[in-house]
Design a protein around this ligand. Structure first.
Ligand code: TEU
Length: 551
C-alpha cells in the first residue's frame, strides 16, 4: 500500500479559518491556536490554500511571489512555528502550487512588460489576428475573453482565469526550472504535500487554434505533454524526497487520464481531484443554473471512477466540498430537517470508498451555505462576473440571486464557526466575508460539547486507520438502478463490507438478496440505530449504514 493511502486530509482555507490580530482575515497564528482542534479530529495532513504574496484578486490564486508569505497571513517565522506545532501532533502540511499562471504583479510579468524578451517568453503572448481579432476565440473561465492587451505592444496575453492571472508558458524550460525551484524551496521548509492547481491545463500547444464554436477546453486540457511536464517536475523535486503526497486538480479530465496521472508506476502524482460528480446539478453543463441534482448520474460517475481507477491502479482524491464548491449538505441534503443525517450520510458515502478523503473546513461540524440576501454580500470574482452575465442574459435579479445563492464559491468560504460569540469567534474585527447567520447553533464549541457530526467524522477517520479494507479493498457498485440509494461493496482477502447511502428524505425500502442477509454479520457504522439487514430493508431519511459480511 502507498504511504498516503490511509491518510485523511483536512482542507483549511486560511483566510476564513481563524483570525488572531483582529484584521478580519484568518492568519497563521490563528491556525496555530487551533491545532489542538485539528489533532482531536484525527486528520493526518492539512492542505492550506495559498498564503503567498498576492493582490488577492482571486483569493490568493493570483501569486506575486511563490516563496514569500503574504504579511496579511503572517511571517515566515509564523509559518515555521506552525510546522513545528503541527509536527508535535503528527500532522503534516500540503501547500497549494498555482503553476498554470501568475499574478500580473509577479516580477516575471512586470519584467516582460518592460520589454525583457526572456520574460516575455515566460507567458503566452500572441499577435492579434490580421483582421484585428484576438489571437483565438477562447473564453475565460471567469467569463469574458481569455486574452488581454499586453501593455501597449499591440499583442495580447492569455488568461484562462481572471485578467490579473497570466498563463505561464510551460513550453519554456526556464519556466519549468523556476517552478521546480519553488517546490524544492518549500520541501526544504518542511512541506510534505503539494496540491497543483488546474495542472491539466499547462500543456497548451505552440500553435493556438480557435474553438470554432466548439468547447475550447479540449484544445488545451489534458494535452499529452502534461504527463512529461509532471514527470520532469516529479524527478526534479518531490520525487527525490520521501513520502511526499501530491494531488493534481484535474477539472474535466477522464478516467483514462486519471490513471496516467496517478498510477504509481508512472512517477507522476499520488492522486487527482476530478469534478464530474459535482456537475450533476448543472443544466446542459452550465454551472450557473439550479436544476435538481441527477442522482442516477451521480451514482454512475462515482462508480465509474471507483471501478476505473481501481482497475488501472490510479488513486482518487475523495471529496464533496472545497473552496470552489457550494457546501454539499446544502446542495444535496436537507440541513433544516436533517442536519446530522445529511452531513454524516455524505461523509460516510466517500470515507468508505477507495481513495483519500478530504474534509473541507466546517463540514465536520455541519456548516451550511450562508443565507446571503444580496449580491453585495458576495466577494468572489467568479460570482460577480456570473451574476452580471446572468442579468445581461435577461435573468431577473431574483432568479440570478437564487442561482448565485446555490452556486457561488463564497458558500464555502464564510468564516469558520468556532462558537456563539460575535463573528462566531473567528475575528474580533470585521470579517472579510460575512459569517453565516446560523453560527449560534452551528459551531465547534457546541459540536465538541454535545454534537454528533464531529464525533461521527472522528469515527470514520479512525475506522480508516483500523481497517485496511477501506484503503486496500476492491470496489463494486450495486443497486445502481435504485432511485434513492447509492450502494457498494468493498472487499479484500479477509472480509467484505456493504455500504448503503440513502440520498433522500422519507423512508425507502430495498429488496435485499438472500445471500446478502445471510452473510451479514454486524453493523459496522451507521447514523441511525443499528439493526440487522433484512430481505425487505427500509432506510430512514438520509440514512447511511455499513455492514461487515462473512466471507
Ligand atoms: O480552480 C479551477 C477551476 O476551474 C475553478 O474555477 C473551479 O472549477 C470553478 O470555480 C468551479 O465552478 C482553481 C482554484 O481551485 C480556484 O480557486 C481558482 O480560482 C482557479 O483555479 C484559478 O487559479
Amino acid at each position: 500500500m502507498e504511504h498516503f493511502q490511509n491518510k485523511v486530509i483536512y482542507q483549511l482555507y486560511p483566510k476564513s479559518f481563524k483570525d488572531s490580530d483582529g484584521d478580519g482575515i484568518g492568519d497563521l497564528q490563528g491556525i496555530i491556536s487551533q491545532v489542538p482542534y485539528l489533532a482531536e479530529l484525527g486528520v493526518d495532513m492539512i492542505w492550506m490554500n495559498p498564503i503567498f504574496v498576492s493582490p488577492q484578486k482571486d483569493n490568493g490564486y493570483d501569486i506575486t511571489d511563490y516563496c514569500a508569505i503574504d504579511p496579511v497571513f503572517g511571517t515566515m517565522d509564523d509559518f515555521e512555528e506552525l510546522i513545528r506545532t503541527l509536527k508535535k501532533e503528527q500532522i503534516e502540511v500540503m501547500f497549494d502550487m498555482v503553476f498554470n499562471h501568475t499574478s500580473t504583479t509577479h516580477e516575471w510579468f512586470q519584467k516582460a512588460l518592460l520589454g525583457d524578451k526572456e520574460y516575455e517568453d515566460f507567458y503566452i503572448i500572441r499577435e492579434q489576428k490580421a483582421d484585428g481579432g484576438l489571437p483565438t476565440d477562447w473564453e475565460s473561465k471567469f467569463g469574458g475573453e481569455a486574452w488581454a492587451p499586453f501593455g501597449d505592444t499591440g499583442k495580447y496575453y492569455l488568461h484562462l482565469f481572471d485578467e490579473s492571472q497570466a498563463d505561464l508558458n510551460w513550453r519554456n524550460p526556464r519556466v519549468r526550472d523556476e517552478l521546480q525551484k519553488v517546490v524544492n524551496f518549500w520541501l526544504a521548509k518542511g512541506i510534505k504535500g503539494f496540491r497543483f492547481d488546474v495542472l491539466n491545463l499547462i500543456g497548451k500547444d505552440e500553435l493556438l487554434l480557435d474553438s470554432g464554436g466548439s468547447n475550447e477546453k479540449s484544445i488545451y486540457t489534458d494535452r499529452p505533454i502534461v504527463h512529461e511536464y509532471i514527470r520532469e517536475l516529479n524527478e526534479a523535486s518531490f520525487g527525490k524526497a520521501d513520502n511526499i503526497v501530491t494531488v493534481g486538480e484535474m477539472s474535466s479530465t477522464t478516467v483514462e487520464n486519471g490513471i496516467l496521472y496517478s498510477n504509481p508506476e508512472r512517477k507522476e502524482l499520488s492522486m487527482i481531484f476530478n469534478f464530474h460528480h459535482l456537475k450533476v446539478d448543472y443544466k446542459d453543463g452550465e454551472k450557473w443554473s439550479n436544476p435538481p441534482f441527477d442522482f442516477l448520474e451521480l451514482k454512475r460517475i462515482l462508480s465509474e471512477w471507483q471501478t476505473g481507477m481501481s482497475i488501472g491502479n490510479g488513486w482518487n482524491a475523495l471529496f464533496w466540498n472545497n473552496h470552489d464548491q457550494p457546501r454539499a449538505n446544502s446542495r444535496f441534503g436537507d440541513t433544516t430537517n436533517y442536519p446530522y443525517e445529511t452531513a454524516t450520510m455524505l461523509a460516510q458515502t466517500i470515507h468508505l470508498l477507495r481513495g483519500t478523503p478530504y474534509v473541507y473546513q466546517g463540514e465536520e461540524i455541519g456548516m451550511t451555505n450562508p443565507d446571503f440576501i444580496d449580491i453585495s454580500d458576495y466577494v468572489d470574482i467568479e460570482t460577480h462576473n456570473a451574476y452580471q452575465e446572468m442579468r445581461l442574459a435577461g435573468l431577473s435579479h431574483q432568479t440570478a440571486m437564487e442561482i448565485t445563492k446555490q452556486k457561488s464559491r463564497d458558500n464555502s468560504r464564510t468564516p469558520m464557526q468556532w462558537d456563539g460569540s460575535p463573528n462566531a469567534g473567528f475575528t474580533t474585527g470585521k470579517p472579510w466575508l460575512k459569517v453565516s447567520d446560523n453560527y449560534p447553533t452551528i459551531n465547534v464549541e457546541k459540536e465538541l460539547a454535545d454534537g454528533k457530526i464531529f464525533r461521527y467524522y472522528q469515527k470514520l477517520i479512525q475506522l480508516r486507520k483500523e481497517n485496511a479494507i477501506i484503503s486496500e479493498g476492491s470496489y463494486e457498485g450495486v443497486l445502481l438502478d435504485d432511485a434513492e440509494v447509492y450502494a457498494y461493496f468493498r472487499e479484500n482477502e479477509e472480509e467484505k463490507v456493504l455500504v448503503l447511502n440513502h440520498f433522500y428524505p422519507g423512508e425507502h425500502t430495498l429488496a435485499i438478496p438472500e445471500e446478502w442477509t445471510e452473510a451479514t454479520s454486524e453493523c459496522w457504522i451507521g447514523n441511525y440505530e443499528q439493526r440487522p439487514l433484512s430481505a425487505s430493508f427500509t432506510l430512514h431519511a438520509y440514512e447511511t449504514v455499513a455492514y461487515r459480511m462473512k466471507k
